[in-house]
Ligand binder design. Sequence first.
Ligand code: UDP
Length: 238
Amino acid sequence: MNAPTKTDMIAEGKAKLIYNTTDPDCVIFYFKDDATAFNAQKKGTIESKGILNNKISALFFKELKERGVENHFIEQLSEREMLVRKLEIIPVETVTRNIVAGSLQKRTGKPEGFELPNAIVEYYYKDDGLGDPMINDEHILTFGWAKREELDVIHERALQVNEFLKAYMGERGILLVDFKLEFGRTKTGEVLLGDEICPDTCRFWDAKTRKKLDKDRFRQDLGDVEAAYQEIASRVGA
Ligand code: UDP
């Protein structure tokens, strides 16, 4: 069967364009090289980032599916395009953390690199205008952003992805510091993991040298940004 083809563009995100397709249940992601940080206050491009993020995300989604962690991925269509199930996005992002960095460092005063005794799942309200503020499950339920059963699925999936990704990267000499996930509902109301999983949305450190191999190289002007994304792609075999 031929894959559905692109029709009209329905959304332009910071890193992707999203298109409707000839199949009403599917959309196509087009991965751009544009990079933003600090709620889009810092803007730039990372050469070939879209190509690398597309293939890294495709590989992670495939591996997750094989391990029973359902997600929106259908197939990689081209260098920059991925076919996925169409989801009604739930406006709650999870950040799962194993090691202190970024906003957790700021919030707790713990040093970057402090290893948590157990993984933590945090929730953020997906709203660029508000700068994606951190929220808790009571906010989510009270404002109706997700139902209790949906939140339970989201929490469980966030931990399942962590178990998979931590081990998978660990075997390849990479520490999984933290990562962001997004979820959505299918037409029938099933909650599925969506969006992308790549060095834009995860913190990856080389296990030996602790060198940052993710978007922090762009955020913090550390240089060698493209090389870091390339390094992740080659370590995971994408
Ligand atoms: N993250 C993301 N999108 C966001 C905010 C965070 O993908 O809008 C990812 C980020 O790359 C990191 C993790 O979520 O892997 C935790 O980010 P943190 O809360 O520390 O915020 P940051 O320091 O990135 O502002």
